[in-house]
Write a protein that binds this ligand. Structure first.
Ligand code: PMP
Length: 338
């Protein structure tokens, strides 16, 4: 019989898929590491399992303990899944701007979600940072993974994502492109690939316009999961040979193209990374380049944003007339719907 003992055995070993039409004819090969194949639907399953196992080994998390983390996104899903399988309780703390759908995903795995007001400064007692610290202090057996400072975040990529890419490309990878949020993915994977290739593999960070990694001040941008307004400990500031800055508009239009041209329904940070990978290929003009770009998650969680014409139009991000939004194209000349 062919089966695994637990869903956790399916984390990692995600496929590499060649991008075809969306490379715009740039020379070289662009391969996508498709992380939505992880059982929790994102790259964050890798860090969730590694951070929890390390905490168990270090005695920070004991049987029946509680995981407390201020997150509402992919890391929450990864932690909730690992906690369910290992018998831990989870409390996630998130600001009230987080959609009810996202909170319900966490609850569906059996986690508790505490919602805090968005409109208060971080030092306020009701801020989600303060509340999560208080919950850790007041809950017996509580442990906070803190993905922004936990060395097991980049380590999980040094131990899994990096070796997978080296093997999958038979050592022929020349460039690795990834968005930077906590920096765990680019730092851990990048370090492994540098070590393995004696520094030959080039590491390229993709960053939203306005984020600190590309010299910004933290100015607001819309793409989720990447870019920061501070420098997290999990980011190795020496790892990137180059940082490519991508606008919200280009990130979102590329994300939509991936669905229509490669049948890959992905999140906006993946579109941002692909836009950077294509720009890199255009700059290199090297037919032997093997560029790997990491796609962190799937697009289902963004249907009412990136894939919604009205939402995109509100920010002036709609593509040119030839690529009019679906609703428009389907309309008859008199404006009625067929
Ligand atoms: N994209 C998405 C959707 C994410 O949730 C994250 C994690 N914050 C990233 C990209 C960036 O990954 P990392 O934190 O490893 O830099």
């Amino acid at each position: 019989m062919d089966y695994v003992d637990s869903l956790l055995d399916l984390i990692g070993n995600t496929p590499l898929v060649r991008l075809n039409k969306s490379t715009r004819g740039a020379p070289g090969t662009i391969l996508a590491k498709v992380e939505y194949f992880n059982p929790g639907g994102s790259v964050k399953d890798r860090i969730a399992t590694r951070m929890v196992e390390a905490a168990e080994q270090e005695g920070l998390l004991e049987p029946g303990g509680t995981i407390v983390e201020p997150t509402s996104g992919n890391t929450g899903v990864g932690l909730a899944m690992v906690a369910q399988q290992k018998g831990y309780h989870c409390i996630f703390v998130c600001p009230d701007k987080v959609s009810e759908d996202k909170r319900n995903v966490l609850k569906a795995y059996g986690a508790d979600v505490v919602v805090c007001p968005t409109a208060v400064p971080p030092e306020h007692p009701d801020s989600y940072y303060s509340v999560s610290d208080r919950l850790v202090a007041e809950t017996d057996g509580a442990w906070k993974p803190d993905q922004y400072s936990n060395p097991n975040n980049p380590r999980s990529h040094y131990e899994t994502t990096g070796p997978e890419l080296w093997e999958q490309t038979e050592g022929r990878i020349t460039h690795f492109v990834a968005g930077i949020g906590t920096g765990g993915t680019v730092s851990g994977t990048g370090k492994y690939l540098k070590d393995k290739s004696d520094g030959r593999v080039q590491i390229v960070g993709a960053d939203p316009h306005g984020s600190v990694y590309s010299g910004g001040t933290g100015r607001p941008y819309l793409v989720e999961g990447v870019g920061e307004d501070f420098w997290p400990q999990t980011y190795d500031r020496d790892i990137c040979d180059r940082i490519i800055e991508i606008s919200d508009k280009e990130s979102f239009l590329t994300t939509r193209q991936l669905a229509r041209e490669e049948a890959m329904l992905i999140g906006g940070s993946g579109g941002m990374a692909v836009a950077a990978a294509v720009r890199l290929a255009e700059d290199l003009q090297d037919p032997d380049a093997v560029i790997v770009v990491l796609l962190p998650d799937g697009g289902r969680g963004y249907l009412t944003k990136v894939f919604d014409d009205e939402w995109l139009g509100r920010y002036g991000f709609l593509p040119s007339d030839q690529e009019r939004p679906v609703g428009e194209v389907l309309r008859r000349k008199d404006g009625s719907l067929p």
